[in-house]
Ligand binder design. Sequence first.
Ligand SMILES: Nc1ncnc2c1ncn2[C@@H]1O[C@H](COP(=O)(O)OP(=O)(O)OP(=O)(O)O)[C@@H](O)[C@H]1O
Ligand SMILES: [Mg+2]
Length: 474
Amino acid sequence: MAESKRSTGRLSTFRDSVKKLTERLSEGDLDPVRKNDEPMREVEKLRIQIQTMEDELRQLHQSRYQLEQAQKQNEKLTSTLQEAKAQIEALREEVDKLTAPPSTYAIFSSMNPDATANVYVSGRKMKVNVHPSIKTKELRKGQEVVLNEAFNVIESRGFDGQGEVVRLKDLLEGKRALVTLHFDEEKVADLGEPLLAERLSVGDHLLYDARSGYVIEKLPKSEAEELVLEEVPDVSYEHIGGLSKELEQVKDAVELPFLHPELFAEHKLSAPKGVLLYGPPGCGKTLIAKAVANSIAKKLEHLTGKEVRSFFLHVKGPELLNKYVGESERQVREVFKKAKERAADGNPVIVFFDEMDALFRTRGSGISSDIESTIVPQFLSEIDGVERLRNVIVIGASNRQDLIDPAVLRAGRLDVKIKISRPDMLAAREIFSKYVTPDLPFAAEELERHGGDRRALVDRMVGLTVEAMYAMSE
Ligand SMILES: Nc1ncnc2c1ncn2[C@@H]1O[C@H](COP(=O)(O)OP(=O)(O)OP(=O)(O)O)[C@@H](O)[C@H]1O
Ligand SMILES: [Mg+2]
């Protein structure tokens, strides 16, 4: 730049002196050819000089333009280079990823004081290091982790969703469990963290990870087990109207052996194993069985002063019938097996067979298919086996006790038979009073007629209804 400015300045001074010379020449001398030979030559020289300088200038301009052009190109090249570099880096990352060795999955067990972790790698217990980015406090027993090729924990995962199904046989000290695998093989397993907070009961199906020996999940019950309801029903004696005599009998037969086994021992009596409630439909058989189960739990709690879990296995006769040979028998066996498991820890268990006549028909009666010829003996052998076990009582209910195989009802099996008959007038009144209560919304008109006394209204309504029901004439 400075160069070109200087040249331009020089050029203009040259131009000026040439101009002056030319003026002088044209003004003074008449014989320029002769007199001014010398200056003319100088002028010519100068002119040539100007010419070269102008050429130089042009060249200068040209190179400046070229320089700018080159600079631009340079910039473009730099950005292209940068782009290429980024692309190469991305590719390298991809190559790194693809050529990385495979990672191993392991099951986390516990942390050691030296900040290493104990994990199970396909059945082998290993002590490994943990990557600093892993929050060791958040690792949970039984959880899956990922190990790199140096067997360092580099990632924490969830809990594996697959494994063997096992049954819980017992809970042991130290967060362990006794579980039953296939073919009644038994094993002691550690409880995974998700199960520590879970309420587990004997017979629960659990997900077992054979590689680590942890049980990590409680599974839903299988179909066969859903047949039997296990919660203690929410029905108490107060819900039952009438039937006080029958209830007394049921209590003697069912509650006493649970609450006062010493009395039976004292009199050298064996406690009854079962009770059959029979009678016309809809008169409270199922209701009584539920109330008994509920009451036993409450009374035992009161007696022992600690929480008692009583179990009520509700077997609905027809639901147990299965078209496959041997399947119904297997289910009867399952029911008793379950009852025994539950009773083993001293919990009272009531096995309630509703609609008993559907299952245990008199053999050879020809009334139904031949299923009873095998299911009755199965039941008999099970109930005879109950002898070895305390705390299990069988309650049967039926409205056709005449169809039940006599062997089922023989002494030593369901030997206490209690008839639940239709209510008489008094009982009917009581039953009504359980349902027609003063807090129901009555018609204002009716209320007024009784001076707003709801109790009186209820009594009169029930009285009238019962009288009408039991009237001998139309
Ligand atoms: N004594 C009663 N006190 C109060 N409610 C009763 C009584 N008897 C029957 N009920 C009512 O009738 C319903 C049917 O009774 P429940 O199921 O006990 O009859 P069931 O004797 O088992 O009949 P089924 O032989 O048909 O099974 C009960 O849910 C209850 O609401
Ligand atoms: Mg019933």
